[in-house]
Design a protein around this ligand. Structure first.
Ligand SMILES: *Cc1c(COP(=O)(O)O)cnc(C)c1O
Length: 387
């Protein structure tokens, strides 16, 4: 296998070159639950049962591990299943500090599921390292970060988080869904675990649900997470593993176009009278611009903005023709969503308002269509939404 370190090349060759038996350039879909053993205690090449290990899933897990620069990758049936498995590294009485504005489903999992098992959490502004350090009490076992956050694009300093976690002997976990390893590699900065909703950019075609976790070499957590993955069983199926591998191959070229479109849209929105705040880490005027640029290739492709009072949010959404009103993000087609009533609906209204996720906030996931189609669509929807 290639040892070339360019990520564009690793996307294609990082986990698999060709099938030894046939020369096939794609990994076969090993649609099997079990494997015939030669004799007692002699599984062929170690394959025993597909919850424990499957050759198609293994290629995916190797690929994502190479892409993130980790020791081992783990593929799950959804992003939430991956996050659940990672949280199972902890025990009752432990506490996790979590980026405020964390993905709504992650908040729900912590607040409504793990809290019942006495695994505690606290939402903090992880963008403020001094505050974060103050919050590291003796029961805190991990810091869980998203950067940029969803949907306000708050940036957290990954080097500082890794440094603080090391200093206090706790784990650092980053949800890298929004940036992907093509734009940002948290493990390079000393982070212990990266998780993904591979449903989004990694898959890239809005045609599957999948999750990924990757552990760093330094963390030494590969064996424990493998044990949890096998014990709890939320694994990704062989066909979906194949689909995800297929998506990952074009991640680089897709992200280039996604980002180019996001930059053009952010510029357009910044100058439009119907728009107040534009939240996009790729805009030089954005508060997190420099910090993000110090740890990511560019500002990514997700952005949010607020409509001015006097413009009708409902009319805006119903006037869109190219952008689809939908949950999710990171697919080739452009999506628009209303965080307050959709992705963040499970966060109580008072907390939501305090976090800045107002009813006038709109989040965009630009696809890979022509930029003019997307800007034109937004322009006519903004005009239609006026009073
Ligand atoms: C979608 C998403 C998740 C959850 O992933 P699923 O694949 O939907 O289970 C977690 N984190 C972030 C940032 C997401 O966008």
């Amino acid at each position: 296998m290639s040892t070339d370190t360019h990520i564009e090349t690793a996307l294609i060759h990082g986990g698999f070159d060709f099938d030894a038996a046939t020369g096939a350039v794609n990994v076969p879909i090993y649609q099997t639950s079990t494997y015939r053993q030669e004799e007692l205690n002699r599984p062929v090449n170690g394959w025993e049962y597909s919850r424990t290990g499957n050759p198609t899933r293994a290629v995916l897990e190797k690929t994502v591990s190479v892409l993130e620069g980790g020791e081992a990758g783990f593929a799950f049936a959804s992003g939430m299943a991956a996050i659940t498995a990672v949280l199972m590294l902890f025990k009752a009485g432990d506490k996790i500090l979590v980026s405020r504005n964390v993905y709504g489903g992650t908040f729900r999992l912590l607040d409504k599921v793990f809290k019942n098992f006495n695994l505690n959490y606290e939402l903090v502004d992880t963008g403020d390292p001094a505050l974060l350090e103050q919050k590291i009490t003796s029961d805190v076992r991990a810091v869980y970060v998203e950067t940029p956050t969803n949907p306000l694009m708050e940036i957290t300093d990954l080097r500082k988080v890794a440094e603080l976690a090391r200093k206090h002997g706790i784990l650092s976990i980053v949800d890298n869904t929004f940036m992907t390893p093509y734009l940002q590699r948290p493990l390079d900065f000393g982070i212990d675990i990266v998780v993904h909703s591979a449903t989004k950019y990694l898959g890239g075609h809005s045609d599957l649900i999948a999750g990924i976790a990757v552990t760093s070499k330094e963390s030494g957590l590969a064996e424990r997470l493998a044990f949890i993955q096998n014990s709890t069983g939320g694994v990704l199926q062989p066909f979906d593993s194949f689909l995800l591998l297929r998506g990952i191959k074009t991640l680089g070229v897709r992200m280039d176009r996604h980002v180019e479109n996001a930059e053009k849209i952010a510029e357009f929105l910044s100058d439009h009278p119907a728009v107040t705040n534009v939240y996009y880490p790729g805009l030089e005027s954005f508060s997190g611009y420099r910090l993000n640029a110090s740890q990511a290739r560019n500002g990514g492709a997700m952005l949010s903005f607020e409509l001015q009072p006097g413009y009708d949010v409902k009319k805006f959404f119903s006037s869109l023709r190219v952008f689809a009103l939908a949950e999710s993000l990171g697919g080739v087609e452009s999506l628009a969503c209303h965080p307050a009533s959709m992705t963040h609906a499970s966060i109580p209204a008072d907390i939501r308002e305090r976090l800045g996720i107002t009813d006038r906030l709109i989040r965009l996931s630009p696809g890979i269509e022509h930029a003019d189609s997307l800007v034109g669509d937004l322009e006519s929807a903004l005009n239609a939404s006026r009073g």
